[in-house]
Design a protein around this ligand. Structure first.
Ligand SMILES: *[C@@H]1O[C@H](CO)[C@@H](O)[C@H](O)[C@H]1NC(C)=O
Ligand SMILES: *[C@@H]1O[C@H](CO)[C@@H](O)[C@H](O)[C@H]1NC(C)=O
Length: 284
């Protein structure tokens, strides 16, 4: 289980290549199934349609677009009452909202979904109401067997609660002087904390989509995906020669093939472990 999970997380081995093309196809399927989802009643949902409906209301109105000037005004307002006045005026002219809509359709500028699902972040940029409040939140939409691959939030501890009737395996590692993984199986309404700076991941072990809601102790928690940043290559990650040296000069990864290896690393969320797809009868 563990080794196949790691292979899934780092699956730049060439075997599961062409993530970009698959992403495009997945998105097309997602968009077409989204269009159908609204009229289906819950008792008759197929797995594919449930995916679409859990991924939200396809006709959700977009949240107000990011507005750097508004955030700058809020950051320099002398008092909280001044900030609330600015926000009230912005809500009045539809440039801000006191409500955030996590439906993916309401977030057209969010990062494209990966093959394993997607995250919608409400942070200071996407939801300026949070400015100076010191917290933010996010919705995690997992496909069946989907993996939110190992990543770090550099500026915040995360608390994650599973909202759906699902089974999600989650874990983290932290200091070099604490050499074990903390992991838990989370079912509906169960939650877990991931300490600031920990390398953590979540894996939907079910054949149905899963949704989790995360809270963060910062308006700008940030995220750094380990495989994507470590193997990003010259343009998007660590200097390949340094990465190869840090890996101990493996035979399989050299400066000649590093770019190919890096190109095979999937965008988050990734596909999870192969056993799950077999169990669920979903093509891997
Ligand atoms: C909307 O209100 C905000 C806050 O008062 C203001 O800064 C902004 O210029 C207004 N925008 C428009 C389009 O009226
Ligand atoms: C959970 O953590 C323990 C202790 O580090 C480890 O032995 C085990 O393999 C982990 N389980 C999973 C499913 O990751």
């Amino acid at each position: 289980m563990r080794s196949s999970f790691l292979i899934a997380a780092l699956s730049g081995l060439g075997v599961y290549a062409t993530p970009v093309a698959q992403n495009g196809r997945w998105q097309a399927e997602w968009e077409s199934s989204h269009a159908k989802a609204a009229s289906v009643t819950p008792t008759t949902l197929s797995t594919a349609t449930r995916t679409a409906s859990l991924l939200g209301n396809p006709s959700a109105s977009p949240n107000p677009p990011a507005n750097a000037k508004l955030v700058a005004d809020l950051l320099t307002a002398p008092l909280t009452s001044d900030r609330l006045t600015i926000l009230k005026d912005a809500v009045g002219n539809n440039t801000a909202d006191f409500k955030f809509d996590f439906n993916p359709a309401a977030n057209p500028t969010a990062p494209a979904p990966g093959l394993g699902g997607e995250v919608i972040n409400a942070n200071r940029k996407t939801f300026p109401v949070l400015t100076t409040l010191g917290v933010s939140f996010a919705a995690l939409f997992f496909e069946p067997c989907g993996l939110n691959p190992p990543h770090i939030h550099p500026r915040a501890t995360e608390v994650l609660t599973i909202a759906t009737d699902s089974q999600v395996l989650a874990g983290f590692v932290l200091d070099n002087t604490f050499t074990m993984e903390i992991n838990e199986t989370l079912t509906q309404y169960q939650g877990m904390a991931f300490p600031q700076g920990s390398i953590h991941w979540q894996l939907n072990q079910g054949c149905e989509p899963a949704v989790g809601i995360a809270g963060f102790g910062d308006e700008d928690p940030g995220a750094s995906s380990i495989a994507n940043r470590f193997f990003g290559g010259p343009d998007k990650g660590i200097n390949p020669d340094v990465a190869i040296a840090a890996l101990g000069f493996p035979e399989q990864i050299t400066s000649e093939n590093f770019a190919d290896f890096a190109a095979g690393i999937p965008a988050p969320f990734a596909k999870g472990v192969q056993e799950c797809y077999q169990k669920c009868g979903i093509a891997y």
